[in-house]
Write a protein that binds this ligand. Structure first.
Ligand SMILES: Cc1cc2nc3c(=O)[nH]c(=O)nc-3n(C[C@H](O)[C@H](O)[C@H](O)COP(=O)(O)O)c2cc1C
Length: 201
């Protein structure tokens, strides 16, 4: 099993989303010791925002690329190849200002690429990624599970579905900024991760 482990928090020390995503990866490795793990840490090694050259490269023929377009296209394709090669994608994602960290959004803008991870058809857009499980450790300071202000996990569900990935599991630890709740919230999620059972295709 090939795991792609993506961390997105800008915090390194004491990051809850990093701790939980690591626990998910460790649980899968424990169950499948022959697993291979690729780490993509967009919190520590920030992916640049897409540029005009990136967008031109997305929509133009390769024969028309200049140097900037070729460079942008190469970065996007290398990130997409990492995703394609994975069977399971594990992410650690904190809520920042009601949504996902911009580190993750910058990454997403490179991997959501027309004719590579989705395409337009007469019936509308369809996702081109298939047969992957996505598991996300969601963390947040407040309580937003049932709130219309939550643009974190609902956004990720929409995005992954757009790319063809509908097998998405969320482990949600919230109220982490509330001292009376944080410890229990983390323990509950850690117990749920212990029960995680991923089977080979
Ligand atoms: C820049 C920033 C913005 C945040 N915005 C929100 C927010 O909108 N809602 C919320 O519930 N928590 C918010 N938080 C709290 C984090 O989601 C929470 O501390 C989470 O555990 C951070 O993940 P990490 O521990 O992996 O870094 C924010 C934290 C930071 C640093």
């Amino acid at each position: 099993m090939h795991l792609l482990h993506i961390d997105t928090s800008s915090q390194i020390q004491g990051s809850h989303s990093r701790n939980l995503s690591k626990k998910i990866v460790n649980k899968i490795i424990c169950d499948h010791p022959d697993s291979k793990v690729t780490i993509r840490d967009v919190g520590m090694h920030v992916i640049p925002h897409i540029s005009e050259a990136t967008i031109k490269a997305f929509y133009q023929e390769e024969a028309t690329y200049d140097e900037d377009m070729a460079k942008s296209s190469k970065l996007s394709m290398s990130l997409i190849d990492e995703v394609r090669q994975s069977d399971v994608i594990v992410l650690g994602v904190p809520m920042y200002n009601f949504g996902v960290p911009s580190t993750l959004k910058a990454y997403i803008d490179h991997i959501a690429r027309v004719n590579h991870t989705f395409k337009f058809t007469a019936e509308g857009p369809i996702g081109l990624l298939k047969d992957k499980k996505v598991i996300v450790a969601i963390t947040r300071g407040g309580s937003y599970s049932h709130s219309p202000q939550n643009h974190q996990d609902p956004y990720l569900k929409t995005l992954f579905s757009f790319l063809g990935l509908d097998d998405v599991t969320f482990f949600v630890a919230e109220r982490l900024a509330m001292p009376n709740f944080a410890e229990h919230a983390l323990l509950d999620v850690e117990k749920a991760i212990e029960r995680l059972c991923i089977t080979h295709k």
